[in-house]
Design a protein around this ligand. Sequence first.
Ligand code: GLY
Length: 423
Amino acid sequence: MNILLVGSGGREHALAWKIKQSPLLTRLVCAPGNPGMAAIAEVREVRATEVARLVMLAQEIAADLVVIGPEVAIEAGLADALEAAGVPCFGPTAAAGRLESSKAFTKAFADRHHLPTGAYRICDDAASAKAALAHFHPPYVVKADGLAAGKGVVIAPDRPAAEAAIDDAFGGGFGPAGARVVIEEFLEGEIGSLFAISDGKTSMLFGWAQDHKRAFDGDEGPNTGGMGTYSPAPVFTLDLVEQTRTRLVEPAFKGIAAEGAPYRGVLFVELMATRHGPKLVEFNARFGDPECQVLMLRLESDLVPYLMACATGRLHEMPKPKWRDVDAVCVVLATQGYPGPAEAGSEIRGLDRDFGPEVVVFQAGTSAGPDGAVLAGAGRALNVCATGEDLGEARERAYGAVALIDWPEGFHRTDIGWRALAR
Ligand code: GLY
């Protein structure tokens, strides 16, 4: 099979790494990819939002399947364009992808289909958003409605901070994503990331993990796209998984199909495990980043038949995926300053060394410098991942590998997996 993989982050590097292991694969092309992906696949300089060029590329390489990594490609309508061109695609249409691309749509969708979630108010200007705060208690959750690369959520400890976040959003601080804002109830509990795949008719659970969203140790600092993950995560008891499947996953797939937009791809349910069961925090229309990295390390089954079955309506023919009986950890290394302003272009050294057994280093926001140098972007740059017999062993291997990387301009959390170890 010829496969075109769209995206350039750590999630896509992990998908490429796993797809490469498939005996079904003939040719893997990544667009635009990154230096890590270029080491294992062909890369082409086409951005994830260049829909027409991506369709042409898929046709040029006679792609049997296109796999969409990032949400921006979904919002841009890549799946719709591929469907029109007759190219099988793993990734939802823009209409189904509104479950991620509009937080306001998702909250109203949750109401329409009786999905448990927190209270909310949708606000189109700063005055109504500030007035809406009166209906909530601190901490206040202020969210940009649209896609903001994981930076569109502020958890404000008090009203002045919430009002500042509202002014920032309507002042353009989140870009166009912040032209509408959702004020949400802060949900108490433990956060979890659960994944389910669907071909529009059949759905199947596809693993779970826990992410660390705050920038610094002890879950301090600003929200990020995710600073590290581990899987399996003990928050996901059998009961929580089952409740999430019946209360969130199945009603979501049924609801979006009933609204005329059957879902083909992976749905990422970010949930809060509360005293009253799972509550929806957000849906995302793609694999989590860096959740995907630990899932790919643990997935024993060949990934490609699942992606193809979702794209072609044949998921009912697939058995449940098999998972390796290991723990996996991912530690994210980011440029100092992230998720705020950070300086791109510092060199990361030491990536060519042997990191030892069961360690894989995925590249995220990197670019190729002169003489084979790997340069960091202004955000998350590396995902140092490892597996082990238990979480402790996986962590030790991952942090052992982090210590071998020479990058003074980077930072990472040192406590990935702390909730599981503290149990
Ligand atoms: N790690 C959270 C996300 O991918 O949105």
